[in-house]
Design a protein around this ligand. Structure first.
Ligand code: ADP
Ligand code: ADP
Ligand code: ZN
Length: 227
């Protein structure tokens, strides 16, 4: 964790695979002036650069299972120790188990810090399947689109930077179904965990991208987290 003289702001985006965490993180980063810490992106970077961690993580990712807590927590803590996290972070896809949530709470508590809010994007199973099967991601800036629900202006090109869009290999139907099951079993219990700590803000994630954004802004204002 970086040394600072002020209290950093930590937000969590919770929600099943395809709920819209990455899409909403994109404007939230600018709105709050915070970096996004996306455990899935960090793992994909490790796989691409063929690190030892990437090699251990790959088989879990390919089957849609979670990478073991020990590896995940160490990777995220390492990311948080970098200077660009000194004002805090927006967590996307982390924590995904109660063990990860407890480890994060402990690490923050060592400095007297805590999570500010958990934005829970609620989207039913069938919609998650539909969203992931049409997801296209920018290979350069991470911009996220959907073939029919949120199409880029030009097919296969990112609206933000003009680079090529690609589909993730784990967005194929068999893996997607397992990822949703894994979410229900291992990650959904976090709703109760954060509700008990009075940190859970439920958002209807089935609305349009713009309407979800408005709802998140409302939740941030309630918690006095607007910039
Ligand atoms: P999505 O945003 O579609 O839910 P991610 O990019 O967050 O997917 O995650 C892709 C894969 O990376 C997961 O299926 C899992 O194998 C691994 N992964 C990402 N974050 C975590 C985490 N916090 N704990 C364990 N595994 C993770
Ligand atoms: P996550 O990060 O939670 O896995 P993404 O942000 O990558 O989810 O979104 C998954 C897919 O759904 C993408 O194709 C994205 O363009 C699309 N999407 C995201 N939010 C919405 C929304 N509110 N309405 C329709 N499609 C959406
Ligand atoms: Zn782009």
């Amino acid at each position: 964790m970086p040394d600072t003289i002020f209290t950093p702001t930590y937000l969590i985006l919770l929600g099943g695979p395809g709920a819209g965490k990455g899409t909403q993180a994109q404007w939230l980063m600018v709105y709050l002036g915070l970096v996004r810490v996306a455990s899935g992106d960090l793992f994909r970077e490790h796989v691409r650069s063929r690190t030892e961690l990437g090699q251990s993580a790959q088989r879990y990712m390919d089957s849609g299972e979670l990478v073991p807590d020990e590896l995940t927590i160490a990777m995220v803590m390492d990311r948080l120790s970098r200077a660009d996290c000194r004002y805090g972070a927006i967590f996307d896809g982390f924590p995904r188990t109660v063990g990860q949530a407890e480890a994060l709470d402990c690490a923050l508590a060592e400095h007297g810090w805590r999570i500010a809010t958990v934005i829970d994007l609620q989207v039913p199973f069938a919609t998650l399947m539909e969203r992931l099967s049409g997801r296209w991601i920018c290979s350069v800036c991470g911009g996220t689109f959907h073939a029919t629900m949120n199409p880029p202006r030009e097919v296969g090109r990112c609206d933000f930077c003009g680079n090529a869009l690609y589909q993730r290999t784990d967005d194929k139907p068999e893996t997607v179904a397992n990822r949703i099951q894994v979410y229900m079993r291992q990650t959904a219990p976090l709703e109760l965990y954060y509700q008990q700590r009075d940190l859970l803000d439920l958002i209807d994630g089935t609305q349009s991208v713009a309407a979800v954004q408005v709802a998140i802004r409302g939740a941030l204002t309630q918690r006095r987290l607007h910039p």
